[in-house]
Design a protein. Structure first.
Length: 139
């Protein structure tokens, strides 16, 4: 038999590449979702060598008063997988959630994922029903 331990701290890992337009909403929605958990949390935003203002925006967000944001800046574009792995190497939570910065994965699902993990599941996933991909991406 195994013992179920509730999640104490949630780490949300989000790779970012040229997302300056969506960052304010991403940060707001992810923070709101995490605050609703009633648990400790951190939001790790990894800039993957963006050529827009994303890196600067991440640093500003991480330096804001009472911020739960950790900004990690990569010196060039290594790709989404490498950015996620860079985030994994800095997490301090006992549950890790990954999201895309383009908001295709709604941050509002975070409480549901954490609730399932609190039931004792080691891995929890989701399936998107209404993807906003182009026709080319869907084929």
């Amino acid at each position: 038999m195994f013992e179920i331990h509730p999640v104490k701290k949630v780490s949300v890992v989000i790779p970012v590449y040229n997302e300056q337009e969506s960052l304010p909403e991403l940060i707001r929605r992810t923070t709101t979702a995490c605050e609703s958990l009633g648990k400790e949390y951190e939001i790790l935003l990894i800039d993957d060598g963006s050529s827009d203002n994303s890196a600067h925006m991440l640093v500003e967000a991480s330096q804001a008063e009472n911020s739960h944001i950790v900004s990690i800046l990569l010196n060039r574009n290594y790709g989404q997988h490498s950015a996620i792995m860079a985030g994994f190497s800095h997490v301090t939570g006992d549950l890790i959630i990954t999201l895309d910065a383009d908001l295709q994965n709604p941050p509002e699902e975070i409480p549901r994922l954490v609730a399932k993990a609190d039931e004792g599941y080691d891995v929890v996933g989701t399936v998107r029903q209404n993807r906003q991909d182009s026709w080319f991406r869907k084929t």
